[in-house]
Design a binder for this molecule. Structure first.
Ligand code: OAD
Length: 252
């Protein structure tokens, strides 16, 4: 990797978007490098409201496996470098992740949102966060949940009678925290996009929502699909590129 640095001064605000690639060096697989399959499952069988309605047990088997995998993973140098940049920049730093794992938090990130939900949270299927309400609306908010549900009988029920579902944004559902994300993008002067293929919207458009004064960098081993929208591509593994890049940035 050439000795590249990102200059971040006291007047800068940094917006970071991460995708599956930032967790790749922690041993968690990315999505689109597996021939269109997620760990052997078709997306439409496990990550859509239709899949939940048709076979909730299969959906929970998939997310239970993901819980098991994420539990055994550790944050890598890229997660740690982003947490260190936040430490140095305070509220001028904001992280939006598409990942549902908790590796950013475990590395120390605090100013972050999970736009596609969180693996270790669940909610009632009748909660108002769920766009398709299957029963009478339930006021229970999403809650921390590390349980594994591997059969239809094992799926927990809410007091309202609804089934407990993963707090994950499925295809066809609306990403979380979009208003806050949009505000943070608008006031950013530096955008770092790390380990995401630029194939899933709206995240793939964030780089276009940022104004012309925002410097936009992509960090990952291959060109993303929205490559032309960036100021600069820094091709390499996040765990190798980010620590040096951001050490330089935070000391300026
Ligand atoms: P993808 O699997 O589409 O892309 C992963 C990206 O990470 C690819 O561009 C790889 O080149 C890159 N990559 C691989 N190893 C890397 C490394 N060591 N360092 C940096 N980058 C690396 O995953 P996402 O773009 O995150 O949505 O996918 C976006 C969304 O699609 C996911 O959040 C998920 C999925 O459907 C939901 O679950 C709603």
């Amino acid at each position: 990797m050439p000795d590249e640095k990102i200059a971040v001064g006291p007047g800068d605000r940094v917006f970071v978007l991460t995708g599956a690639g930032v967790s790749a060096e922690s041993g968690l697989k990315t999505f689109r490098d597996q021939g269109g399959l997620w760990e052997g499952y078709r997306v439409e069988d496990v990550a859509t409201p239709e899949a939940w309605a048709a076979d909730a047990a299969q959906v929970w088997r998939f997310y239970s496996e993901r819980r098991r995998g994420a539990r055994g993973a550790e944050p890598n140098a890229a997660h740690r470098a982003l947490a260190e940049l936040e430490e140095a920049m305070g509220e001028r730093f904001f992280l939006c992740t598409q990942n549902v794992d908790d590796l950013h938090e475990r590395a120390g990130s605090r100013r972050l949102v999970h736009m596609h939900g969180e693996l270790f949270m669940s909610r009632c299927e009748n909660s108002p966060v769920s766009p398709a309400v299957f029963g009478p609306a339930c006021g229970r908010t999403p809650f921390r949940d590390e349980a594994l549900y591997e059969s239809a009988e094992a799926i927990a029920r809410c007091a309202c009678g609804g089934r407990i579902r993963p707090h994950i944004v499925w295809f066809g559902e609306i990403p979380l925290e979009m208003e806050r994300i949009q505000q943070e993008i608008e006031r950013s002067t530096v955008m770092l996009v790390v380990g995401t293929s630029g194939a899933v919207y709206p995240a793939a458009n964030f780089v276009r929502w940022a104004g012309p004064r925002t410097r936009k960098y992509y960090i990952g081993p291959e060109k993303p699909m929205n490559a032309q929208a960036f100021t600069r591509l820094m091709l390499g593994n996040a765990g190798e590129v980010l620590p040096g890049l951001l050490k330089a940035a935070s000391s300026q």
